[in-house]
Every structure is written in structure tokens, then in C-alpha cells.
Design a protein around this ligand. Sequence first.
Ligand SMILES: Nc1ncnc2c1ncn2[C@@H]1O[C@H](COP(=O)(O)OP(=O)(O)OP(=O)(O)O)[C@@H](O)[C@H]1O
Ligand code: SF4
Ligand SMILES: [Mg+2]
Length: 320
Amino acid sequence: MAGTGTTHLRPGERVLSVEDLVVEFPVGRGRTVHAVSGISFDLLDGETLGILGESGCGKSSAGRAVMQLPPPTAGSVKLNGTELTGLGRSALRDSRRKMQMILQNPVAALNPRRKVADLVAEGPAVWGGKPDRSRIEAALEAVGLDPATVWDRRPHELSGGQCQRVCIARALLLDPRVLICDEPVSSLDVSVQAQILNLLESTRARLGLSMIFIAHDLAVVKNVSDRIMVMYLGKICEVVPSGALAGSALHPYTRLLLASVPDAPQGDAEPENTELPSPMAPPTGCRFRTRCPLATDLCAKEEPNLRQTTDGHHVACHMV
Ligand SMILES: Nc1ncnc2c1ncn2[C@@H]1O[C@H](COP(=O)(O)OP(=O)(O)OP(=O)(O)O)[C@@H](O)[C@H]1O
Ligand code: SF4
Ligand SMILES: [Mg+2]
């Protein structure tokens, strides 16, 4: 298992295999934002992989690169064994349909001028077939909306939670195998968040989907995920089964995230520095070293490889 080329082999079929994914944004004057710097992971059939990390660590860039929206700067993304990077436009369209994204701001994701029925039909229409009324009604019912009530409504006449349900209905009509949820509840009222999370989970289970669930809220990610991948500044720090997160997390950054949740047990060292370094000039060696309470000279010189510690648990740190 090489540093950035790690695959997290577990029993079960791999729906998605991501190898050495790199996402860079040129931002002028020769500068480059290193949003994702060579990450590898798998998504197994029927599982939910949570991606956790603070703002700016590259979660959304990774999710979008998996979707090829836009394609990554480098690396490989295989969906059911088919390499997506470099696919021609029409082949990519077919593959992309099998992966659907649910975004943070459902109101912004919906065309304000269109009615719910048209919005839900929008996805299949793009792929060349307008669904009939009964399919749209069934999709709305499946996400807990009453078709008769919402059919002619426009997004501004719905709550944020209802808009997210419309987005989920629209995605499901395309019959995806993978749902990539990017902070799907963080713009919603707390009272509605649990309802949408329950809907996503019941939908995933009912349809046997696999899910990537991106969020910066540890409690949310932990509740919905089978495994959690912790990212820091474009790299993977740790991949850990959710059940082992609280008791067995090893990486200093994961432990810091755990310690920062209200009511967390105290005891871990405080960060040296709370500022995220610039993704245009990430630190040498371990990217977390400028904030790590355990950093040594080695951490500045050598990047730690992601290695397996126990079954399904991988960590990238020289000291653990
Ligand atoms: N189109 C872009 N052009 C330039 N820089 C970008 C672009 N998109 C993202 N970035 C930068 O890439 C880095 C990673 O951003 P990304 O949105 O992937 O992080 P994130 O983990 O999803 O953060 P958040 O939790 O705030 O959504 C950030 O420094 C961000 O400013
Ligand atoms: S490799 Fe070094 S700097 Fe990085 S997390 Fe481990 S101890 Fe901290
Ligand atoms: Mg994001």
C-alpha cells in the first residue's frame, strides 16, 4: 500500500474506486490552489462513506471531481470498473447519471421560475426522456411530499426542507447507484435536519444505494456513515469505521475534531495554532504539522503514508 495510492480493501464489491485524485485550481500570477492532493479511497456497495474536515480542506472539490464536474487535474475514478476520466462526452453522460449529487443549498439548486413537477422532471429530461405524471408523483411521494399540494408550487413557496426533498426526488428519478451528498442539511433548520437525514438513510437502504456524505459536522457524519474519511488540507488523515471513531481515532487532527465537540472528554492537547495554512503553499511533509501538538522534525521532512492499523482503519501519521 503506497502513501497516496492506498486502497481500503474490505469485503464487498467496490462501486467506486478513486486513486491518486488531484484537484488544482490555477488562480493567476502562476499561483495554484492545491484543493485535493492525491487521495485514494473506495466506496463499497451499499455503504455510506462520510468525508469529514473543516472548511476549505477539499471535501467538495473531491466530491465534484468524482462526478467529473469538472474532471480532476489528475487521478483515476472508476465507477463499477469503468474509468471515468478521459471518457468521451456521451459515455460520460451515461456514467454520470448513475451518480447524483445533493447540495448544501437546495433553494439555489432549483430554478426559481419552474414548478415542482417540472423541476423533478428536469433530470430525466436532460437525459432525453420526460417522465410521465405517475412517475413524478411516485418520486414526490417517495420523498414525503404530497404531489397534489406541491405540484404547481415554485421553490420560494416551499420551505428549505421541502426544496431539499424536491432535489432528492429529482436525483432519484435518474435511478442512480451513488448519491454524493455535499453538506445536504447544513443550510436547513436544526429541526428539519434530522428529517432529511432520515429520508436520505431510508432512501439509501430502500434502493440499495451507496452514498458519499460530506460534512464538517462530526455528529452528523458519524450518525449516517459506515466509515469516515477525515481530510485535512487536501489529504486524507484517517479512515475509520464510524463505530471506532470516538474510542479509537488515532490521528492528532481527528482527535482534535473529537475534542472540539461540545461535551467531549477533555485531555487531548490543544492545537499549536488554529489557522488553516494556505492551500496555495501547503506545509512540507505532513500538512497538519503547523497545528499538530505532536509534530517533530521528521514531520517537516517526510510526508506520512496512509497505512492500515487494524481492519478497515487507516491512518497517516509518523507518531501513531
Ligand atoms: N473554483 C475554484 N477556484 C479556486 N479555488 C477554489 C475553487 N473551488 C475551491 N477552491 C479552493 O479549494 C480549497 C478547497 O475547497 P473546497 O470547497 O473543496 O473545500 P470544502 O472542504 O468543501 O470546504 P467547505 O466546508 O467550506 O465547503 C479551498 O481553499 C477553496 O477556496
Ligand atoms: S505526522 Fe507528525 S505532524 Fe503529522 S499528524 Fe503525525 S505527529 Fe502530527
Ligand atoms: Mg464544501
